[in-house]
Each structure stands twice: as structure tokens, then as C-alpha cells.
Design a protein around this ligand. Structure first.
Ligand code: THU
Length: 134
């Protein structure tokens, strides 16, 4: 697991280099570790119509889901600040759809800050299983 953790962090840092961010000049890289053991990466992709911008985290999770992944173990995020870049509110909701207890690794130059997704998004919105089965 330690090796995978290092791999995940390296993957997020590499993905950050691919960021398309001509408007904010703020690169973000993300890497998500699926239960299969595979790692999927993402970077932010901005647009001249600013609101269409997609965050790195959502790019990574969409890549994984579209490759057939169903559950996830951890997500690493690398921003460009000397403090952590936690996923934005929209990304938290997007991620919790797939994995409530996702481990989040926030990368800075000095340290890796660890959070759980539940901690970042308490009282989140979800349809109950009973409702879906009605
Ligand atoms: N951004 C991400 O990719 N992930 C986050 O969690 C926060 C923000 C991107 C979106 C935009 O391209 C840039 O960072 C500045 O907001």
C-alpha cells in the first residue's frame, strides 16, 4: 500500500503538468486509485466560457468510471500553492457518489495532508437505497 501511495502521489504531480489553465494559470493534478489497483489521472481543463471548466478530480473520476471502475480507495490532489488544495464543493459531491469513505491525499511541497471524503463533506446528499428500489 505504501508503494501504491507513492505511485498515486507521483501520478497526481505528473498530471498537474498537463493542466490546461490559460485563464486562471492555476494548475491542478489529480490521481485516483481504483479498487482494481489501477490509477487514473486528471488535470483541470479550462474554457473561454469559464463556467465550463472541469476540475482535475472530476476528470480523473470520469476516466475511471468510463473504464469500468466501480469503487475507489484513494485520491491524491496536487495544486500550486504552499498549502493543500482540497477538492472544491462540486468535486466533493461528485466523488461521494462513488465512494463515501474515499481517502484524500493533499499534496504540498512539505507534506501530505490526509483527509477522508466524509470529513470534507458531512451530511452529503444521497438517494437512499430504499428509495432507489421503490
Ligand atoms: N480546480 C481544480 O481543478 N480542482 C479543485 O479542486 C479546485 C479548482 C481548478 C479549476 C480551475 O481551472 C482552477 O483550478 C482555478 O479555480
Amino acid at each position: 500500500m505504501r508503494k501504491k501511495r507513492e505511485e498515486l502521489i507521483e501520478a497526481a504531480l505528473r498530471a498537474k503538468k498537463m493542466a490546461y489553465m490559460p485563464y486562471s494559470n492555476f494548475p491542478v493534478g489529480a490521481a485516483i486509485l481504483a479498487a482494481s489497483g489501477k490509477i487514473y489521472t486528471g488535470c483541470n481543463v479550462e474554457n473561454a466560457s469559464y463556467g465550463l471548466t472541469i476540475c482535475a478530480e472530476r476528470v480523473a473520476v470520469c476516466k475511471a468510471i468510463s473504464e469500468g471502475e466501480k469503487s475507489f480507495l484513494a485520491l491524491a490532489v496536487a495544486g500550486d500553492l504552499n498549502h493543500p488544495t482540497p477538492p472544491c464543493g462540486a468535486c466533493r459531491q461528485f466523488l461521494i457518489e462513488f465512494q463515501e469513505d474515499l481517502e484524500i491525499l493533499l499534496i504540498t511541497d512539505e507534506e501530505i495532508v490526509e483527509k477522508s471524503l466524509q470529513e470534507l463533506l458531512p451530511h452529503n446528499f444521497k438517494f437512499s437505497k430504499e428509495r432507489l428500489e421503490r
